[in-house]
Design a protein around this ligand. Sequence first.
Ligand code: ACO
Ligand code: ZN
Length: 512
Amino acid sequence: MKTRGKSDNSNAGSDSKGRDVNEEVKTKTKCLTPKKSNPLGMTEHEMLLALDETGGRLRKRKFAQSYHVDMKQCPVSGCDSRGHLMGRFERHFTLAACPIYHNLTPERCRANHEANERLRKDQAEDAGRDQVIVHHNTRNQTEVEATPSQTKYRKRVQRSREQHSSSEHRKSDPEHQAEHGVKEPLLNHVASEYDLNLFRQAQALASEGLEHELERLHESGLLSQDGSNPDRRIKVIEIGRYEMDTWYSSPYPEEYVQLPKLYICEFCLKYMKSSTILRRHMAKCVWRHPPGDEIYRKGTISVFEVDGKKNKIYSQNLCLLAKLFLDHKTLYYDVEPFLFYVMTEADLTGCHMVGYFSKEKNSFLNYNVSCILTMPQHMRKGYGKMMIDFSYLLSRKEGKTGSPERPLSDLGLLSYRSYWTDIIISYLSKLDAAADLVIRDISQETAVHPADIVSTLQALQMLKYWKGKHIILKKQDIIEDWLRKQTKKPAEFSSRAIDSKCLKWSPTRQKE
Ligand code: ACO
Ligand code: ZN
């Protein structure tokens, strides 16, 4: 589980040095008021096949997006990337530009290119002579006649087309396919040499453009080395009254990932493609709170326990949503071994999700939180610590100590470090001056794992190794600072404390 390139380091105090991670995490949350021309004489199928396979303009974009492209090596088996269909480059890296794929050789491509260049030059010279003749004739001319070069050109095309017999070589195609595997179909029977040459030139131009485009995308970072687009992710979601930018990618189905915005029902978490579909859904959706049992309620705050097995779709949708704000690999589909604790705030329209945490039903390592998320519109208002406190309340009820699953994200570490500091300092501040501070006692009373207490004391520089023993320094200045900070917190933060009396839950409830 790694987030924004940083992993948990229990001794790392860096995040508590006042660095505001929000500056790094740029989240914008907005509250919303409530048949084809066929010049080559090919059959349509043949033409499509040739264009499709060679990455002609028609398919260019799709090719770039959907094929894995090694920017150095041609994907055609047996090809060493030498030559280019265009004939004037030393190397290629796409099937579209591969001489072998087009049943040619690099040398043949170069020879074709040189012949075409010569032809172009001749034509340009002929056209130059035409201009002189046309200039001389303009005075008497009444009717526009073909120039000598145009006549020469027309005759050459006619001759070339007469030579072409459409039935020629047709039968050799299946043999070719069997012999050469996945290659372009043999085109020599499809059109005259002249037309085919024109087509080859168009293919070559398209392949040049395609490789150029791929290189450009690669250089600009829009295409990774394996050809996948690293930036393909849902960037904006609309959920409830909020529209927000996402932070990371989430494995929503392919057709949703390409949308400019994803619309999510804030109650059942179903995701949709448009605001119209969402509007229609909201008119029909009967959900006004998460599924499962409401195990906690105080004021407008409730916590619902959702069983991943009983509410599989909801739990999967919750994981997909959470992944948009979590960098690490989280579970998406295998939700059955988990319970989800969804915290909501109620108003007249329903219980709106403020955040959630997931917890393994049977954690071998005694993790009491697997993943935790506060919805971005509710971050930094104390809900994160409230959910953390709630997770420890459940652990206390279970008679266990717990710890969050590792590694923690930057924000996860910040929040846990702050929570553990609160726990330890509040404990110390109430402790009799003469009394001994024993880590096991704090752990038993708070359900915080001893290792987390030790790492927090170290981060606070309150743990010292002296004469072969670890001793805790009760630093009065730190305690006073902490007490002062508490008084400065906005009033609504204190109302966001978990009240254990409001929990209606027992650990004996069946957990499969
Ligand atoms: N910059 C600086 N400090 C911050 C920031 C921030 N962006 N966000 C939270 N904090 C501090 C707060 O100041 C507070 O400390 P304080 O009481 O000493 O002032 C503490 O962290 C907790 O703040 P809350 O408001 O209670 O936390 P919040 O509701 O914002 O939720 C959470 C914290 C859940 C980590 C949230 O940031 C989040 O969902 N992040 C994205 C998902 C994520 O990273 N989850 C944790 C993964 S690790 C795991 O799942 C086990
Ligand atoms: Zn719904």
